[in-house]
Design a protein around this ligand. Structure first.
Ligand code: F6P
Length: 368
């Protein structure tokens, strides 16, 4: 009977990512198939539980039907919903933070939830760990287009972002060739160069700039000049948003939004264009900043499969009471990893990574 069913709360936190809906659908369907659970979604990460009245919705076969095909998240998300440091405006208009974790955990227990499935990136998993230490039965599902979580070989959303970036890159190649131009395409990824590296190899870029390998302007200029001097009339460059020169930092600014402590990258392509023009680049330069296009739209089949299997795994973990753990893909197997280990280090591009060797063997420059 319905009243005897155990209740699971699902939420999506941090930036959205293609595949979130596939996880939501998978958890819901696995629970319905099992027959002993019902699944609820908290709207806008934990904010749904913290709001008065509660903003949570029961997830059913009907309201999750077909959503694996769509981008975004039907239960919404936010990167300003850390219950341990919740943004709060004081009387004088300034912002401060308050700890609402006790209220949150009490409400979740009062509402009869026996487990929480927290779908999110590094920041969300860190919040999950803190809440687990305070007594919440929580399970993590990793997501991010940046692929910067070290505990899992891959996160869903990454493959879609690379596919979108590669399709955009392919389009830029033909216009670069027609106009004999240098094209700079800026992609996301925060401090990790994975999206840029994969896109550059898939697209066949001449130059790829990533945060892990600071660049030298002269090296880039020499590579461009060499191409123009040797019968090639265009250059295509993929630049990660977090890329930086050997001397100097990344381009961007601290988020102005209360409750979002992230440094927002953006602008390196235009910064570099100016630098190259001033240094005497022999061709016209154009820039394209892909931005949030990389995070929107239909997830690739690969991401749908990964997200669906991670959702089913998360439900199995609820049944087995593997709380304080996160789903991880390791050597083509779905495993579990403690939230401590999952959040202890980032997955950056190693200089010895086989893809760096591959790119160099293909003649690609990292501007070193
Ligand atoms: O972490 C995912 C990501 O898309 C990064 O690649 C990017 O730097 C950041 O989020 C953008 O954040 P926002 O959506 O808050 O602008």
């Amino acid at each position: 009977m319905n009243s005897q069913k155990k209740k699971i709360l699902v939420l999506t936190g941090g930036g959205d990512c293609p595949g979130l809906n596939a996880v939501i659908r998978a958890v819901t369907r696995a629970a319905i198939t099992d027959g002993n659970y019902e699944v609820w979604g908290s709207i806008e990460a934990f904010n749904g539980v913290l709001s008065d009245p509660l903003n949570i919705v029961k997830l059913t076969k009907r309201n999750t039907a077909g959503i694996h095909v769509t981008g975004g998240t039907i239960i919404k998300t936010t990167n300003r919903g850390n219950p341990l440091e919740f943004p709060s405006q004081t009387e004088d208009g300034t912002w401060t933070t308050i700890d609402l974790s006790e209220k949150l955990i009490n409400t979740i227990h009062e509402e009869g939830f026996s487990a929480v499935i927290n779908i999110g990136g590094d920041g969300s998993q860190k919040i999950g760990l803190a809440l687990q230490r305070k007594g919440l039965n929580i399970i993590g599902v990793p997501k991010t287009i940046d692929n910067d979580l070290s505990a899992t070989d891959l996160t869903f959303g990454f493959n879609t972002a690379v596919q979108i970036a590669t399709e955009s890159f392919d389009k830029l190649v033909t216009t670069a060739a027609s106009h004999s131009r240098v094209m700079l395409m800026e992609v996301m990824g925060r401090d990790a160069g994975w999206i840029a590296l994969h896109t550059a190899i898939a697209g066949g870029a001449e130059i790829c700039l990533i945060p892990e390998i600071p660049y030298d302007l002269n090296t880039i200029l020499e590579k461009i000049k060499y191409r123009y001097d040797h019968g090639k009339s265009f250059v295509n460059i993929v630049v990660a948003e977090g890329a930086k020169p050997k001397t100097g930092g990344a381009v961007g600014e601290q988020s102005a939004d209360a409750g979002d402590e992230h440094f927002k990258y953006g602008g390196i392509a235009n910064y570099l264009r100016k630098q190259l023009e001033e240094a005497g680049c022999p061709a016209q330069i154009r820039t394209t900043v892909l931005g949030h296009i990389q995070r929107g739209g239909t997830p690739t089949a690969f991401d749908r499969v990964l997200a669906t299997s991670m959702g089913v795994k998360a439900f199995e973990m609820v049944k087995e009471e593997q709380f304080g753990q996160m789903v991880a893909l390791k050597n083509n197997r779905l495993e579990t990893v403690s939230l401590e280990d999952a959040t202890s280090e980032y997955n950056y591009v190693d200089h010895n990574n086989y893809l760096i060797q591959t790119a160099k063997a293909m003649g690609m420059s990292f501007g070193e």
